[in-house]
Ligand binder design. Structure first.
Ligand SMILES: *Cc1c(COP(=O)(O)O)cnc(C)c1O
Length: 358
């Protein structure tokens, strides 16, 4: 099916932000995508309109019970001035699974990708050119029924907003800084049977308290452990966690508590292609500490759309600290970053067929 959308162009284009001073998620483009849903009618009236506030009834379900899902992806301007997305159908499929978990009606994957392409195309001149910059894409769905009963809504809005973003790390020369990560052994992010695998708003509100603790401890992010034993490594903040012990790269299996990252899948596929041993298996923090003591803890990193690959140099627990490798960026960590970012920005050829031009 071929989707087309009405476009209402802005009559008051905004000035573009300084490309040298882009923060994450602070500036928004001139347009946004909106589509409505009504039970019995389905999704209708997909349109691109000038960016601006939406009006919601104060009783709108999303404001009370958090029936909201979101996605996060990027459009990149390539060195030869094309615009491309990275594996957008994986985001569309994940959106479908998130929606299903919290009773939001299904969005056809072609519709999802068509809407992303259409709104990015409308604001293509907002995609910055400077090295390390990109256009962050935030699709989301909210329940906007004015009704206080706890039930799945009958009206929804599917929206997409766009934000030009700078390099995740602002380091001259573009190096990756090793981060210090706080081992959270009291609060948990997700439990089996819950919503950890879904990108739904409530997961992130529930994580804020731990993130604040991490900051107090001088750490960049939280290392989440499993909800039952507080032992198995799950994720790092809002990124997937990988640990390299000896010659094995380990990441948590998808058992319902892990957000199935597009970057995570990409890292696993690349490691397999490079004949590096990669295992989706449970790994205890105690075994990471032991590996470190035995000099076997080689590398550790987080993966996600925002930073691509984020090296971990140190883990901080309230009672102890662990240094990863020699505390600097590991060579595999750096190679994964260079490869994935290179493909996303067209500097490396995409022999895996991961990019989609707009
Ligand atoms: C979005 C997200 C990730 C990373 O997913 P990508 O598709 O790689 O960006 C990992 N963990 C959590 C909790 C997330 O919300």
């Amino acid at each position: 099916m071929n989707y087309t959308f009405n476009i209402q162009k802005t009559t008051a284009p905004k000035p573009k932000p300084d490309p040298n001073n882009l923060k994450f998620g602070k500036y928004f483009t001139d347009h946004m995508f909106i589509m409505d849903y009504e039970t019995g009618k389905g999704w209708f009236d997909g349109r691109i309109v000038p960016y601006g506030p939406v009006s919601l009834d104060p009783a709108a379900a999303v404001l009370h019970y958090g029936q909201i899902m979101f996605e996060g992806m990027k459009a990149y301007r390539t060195t030869d001035n094309r615009v491309q997305l990275f594996r957008p159908y994986m985001n569309a499929a994940r959106a479908r699974r998130s929606n299903e978990r919290i009773c939001i009606p299904e969005i056809d994957e072609e519709l999802f990708v068509s809407a992303v392409k259409a709104v990015v195309n409308a604001d293509r001149d907002w995609i910055p050119e400077k090295e390390g910059t990109s256009l962050y894409i935030r699709p989301f769905v909210i329940a906007d029924d004015p009704f206080l009963g706890v039930q799945a809504a009958n009206h929804y809005k599917f929206m997409i907003i766009l934000s030009p973003v700078g390099p995740y790390y602002d380091i001259p020369g573009g190096g990756l800084p090793p981060t210090n990560i706080y081992i959270e052994d009291e609060f948990v992010r997700a439990a089996v049977g819950g919503v950890g695998f879904a990108k739904v708003g409530g997961n992130y509100a529930a994580a804020l308290r731990s993130q604040a603790r991490a900051k107090e401890m001088g750490c960049a992010q939280v290392l989440w452990l499993d909800a039952v034993e507080h032992s198995y490594i799950e994720e790092i903040g809002t990124s997937n966690a990988f640990v390299m012990i000896d010659d094995e790269v380990i990441t948590a299996p998808l058992m319902g508590t892990i957000l199935p990252g597009v970057t995570r899948a990409t890292v696993i596929e690349l490691l397999k292609k490079w004949d590096i041993k990669v295992s989706e298996r449970r790994l205890r923090i105690e075994d990471v500490v032991k590996a470190s003591e035995e000099g076997k803890l080689q590398e550790m990193f987080g993966t996600g759309t925002a930073a691509v690959i984020s090296p971990v140099g140190k883990l901080t627990h309230k009672d102890y600290e662990v240094t990863v490798g020699d505390g600097n960026v590991g060579s595999l960590t750096q190679k994964l970053y260079d490869t994935i970012y290179g493909i996303q920005t067209g500097k490396l050829s995409d022999d895996m067929g991961w990019t989609v031009s707009i």
